[in-house]
Design a protein around this ligand. Sequence first.
Ligand SMILES: Nc1ncnc2c1ncn2[C@@H]1O[C@H](COP(=O)(O)OP(=O)(O)O)[C@@H](O)[C@H]1O
Ligand SMILES: [Mg+2]
Length: 350
Amino acid sequence: MSENTQVRQSHFPIKIFGLTFATMLLVAGIHMGLIQLTGFFNINGWIQTLIIMIYWFIMAAAFTVFTRIQIENAYEKPMQALAKATDAVAHGDFSVYVPALNTPDKLDYLDVMIMDFNKMVEELGSIETLKTDFFSNVSHEIKTPLAVVSNHAQILKAGGNLSAEQMESVDGILAATKKLSNLITNMLKLNRLEKQNIQMDMEEYDLCQQLCDCILQFESQWEAKQIELEVELEESVNLKADPNLMELVWNNLLSNAVKFTEPGGRIKIIEKSTDEEICVEVSDSGCGMDKETMKHIFDKFYQGDTSHATEGNGLGMALTLRVLQISGGDITVDSEEGIGTTFSIVLPKV
Ligand SMILES: Nc1ncnc2c1ncn2[C@@H]1O[C@H](COP(=O)(O)OP(=O)(O)O)[C@@H](O)[C@H]1O
Ligand SMILES: [Mg+2]
């Protein structure tokens, strides 16, 4: 675009400069004329001053309004449109388009910038589509042979006539395939959630019931670790969201709480609601995290505590955040090393 010589390079070219200069001279001329005129009609003293003052009042108002309108049209409006579009792109929406201000024959450098921006966003959008499509295709392709490996290992195991050593190998294969399959499932989920305009199956349902169900799923795990569980829920509360996606959130928060809490520790789940929002708090007396870890827990594949690295893939919190974002909710974390962690989730009430 920049090689286009038609493009206006300034919003204050010599023509406008000359025009402004001439207007100023004219205004000064009228001022002198007014003095002459009032002198001619013998209007002196305070009336003359008043006339001059009214004249300048009108002039000042006209200049101010004119400048304001010019600035608004030339800078503010296009810049605001661009700021809004940039924000949308930053949040992953590549469908934005900012219209140019002037017709193609009167383009200026701001128009060129806006058009370059549009082009850039379009390119980014196509790379993003390519990436997500490629990714989901490859993931599906990996899933099939993985299922075959897992099935064969299971058949071997069921056959029964294996030595202890062979059995150990088969279990190793099964554990590894399960882990890989979980990883791919999570990556596919995140990939799907990250796409714009994903279809959610919104439904109005009882969140308390869902929390109860999720908590119960972890019963064997917290009992095995002799973790003390404290649950404070309301009787019922209605939430409008995709229940399958919200289940991901609770399962991940609970699994982390159980995972990062030492045997004999404590986990607390509190649910409260006001007229506008529902708050859920999941806190544990586990290992906690330092400030650096807290900054990154929502990053994809980030695992702060490496001692539990094999039990997850670092995608849980990224998924949680994404689900809450698209459900209009929010999550905050408060943690202290060696003392425990509290996750607070806020969701809009129906
Ligand atoms: N309840 C918790 N207590 C301490 N650390 C936590 C807790 N929940 C999450 N984290 C930290 O956040 C990181 C990312 O969590 P997550 O995305 O669920 O991955 P993963 O569970 O696979 O490690 C964890 O590795 C851990 O360092
Ligand atoms: Mg996790």
